[in-house]
Design a protein around this ligand. Structure first.
Ligand SMILES: [Mg+2]
Length: 203
């Protein structure tokens, strides 16, 4: 890392990639259906005809299976690759994901296949401590992008000098996603987010 350059730290699922769409295609292939009526992954999986969501433990098994292989076929979010290309012209780029261990290799292949050949950091749990450690390696401005409020809040606590941005890639999830735009500006379109991040790190 350049110890003085700006830096952008960016999440994968529901930010760079359309996680919900990919996971939905996977569970549909297993005979289930996704009903997006709240911002809660495991409470959105149903057996056809049932009005009770699938058992949470069963949902977690499906999630783990998805990450073991199918996750590498996830669709890229429109505009994401162009934005990272623009960031890389003026800043370092680090991709930070909470993918489970079995997702490491499929995720790496997905990034390379989509031209996102940037350093990948696998995190677990709230992202603040990890972002603070990475951000400490540069004296330049740092931006952090994620879809989840707990991660954005965690970074605000652990590394308050890092500019935070929220993007929720799936259009169906957007109305259900919690946000606090006064603390973490939200841009659900990558072109808008790209402009806002560049403004923050080049000011
Ligand atoms: Mg995410």
């Amino acid at each position: 890392m350049d110890p003085e350059a700006p830096l952008v730290i960016v999440d994968v699922d529901e930010v760079l990639g359309l996680f919900m769409r990919g996971f939905e295609a996977f569970i549909v292939g297993r005979g289930y259906e996704m009903r997006i009526e709240r911002f809660a992954l495991f409470q959105s999986i149903y057996e056809p005809g049932s009005d009770q969501h699938l058992d949470i433990a069963r949902g977690r098994v499906l999630f783990d299976e998805y990450f073991a292989g199918e996750v590498e076929h996830m669709e890229l979010t429109p505009g994401a690759a162009a934005a990272l290309g623009a960031f890389a012209q003026v800043a370092g780029v680090i991709i930070q994901t909470n993918a489970p261990p079995q997702g490491r290799d499929p995720r790496t292949r997905w990034l390379i296949r989509n031209g996102l050949d940037f350093p990948l950091v696998i995190n677990s749990g709230p992202k603040g401590a990890c972002v603070a450690a990475i951000a400490a390696k540069t004296s330049g401005p740092v931006a952090f992008i994620d879809d989840l409020m707990p991660n954005l809040d965690s970074v605000a606590d652990a590394a308050p000098h890092v500019s935070r941005f929220q993007l929720v890639a799936d259009e169906r999830l957007r109305p259900h996603a919690h946000s606090a735009p006064e603390r973490h500006p939200r841009y659900d379109d990558w072109a808008d987010l790209q402009a806002a991040v560049l403004e923050a790190i080049l000011k």
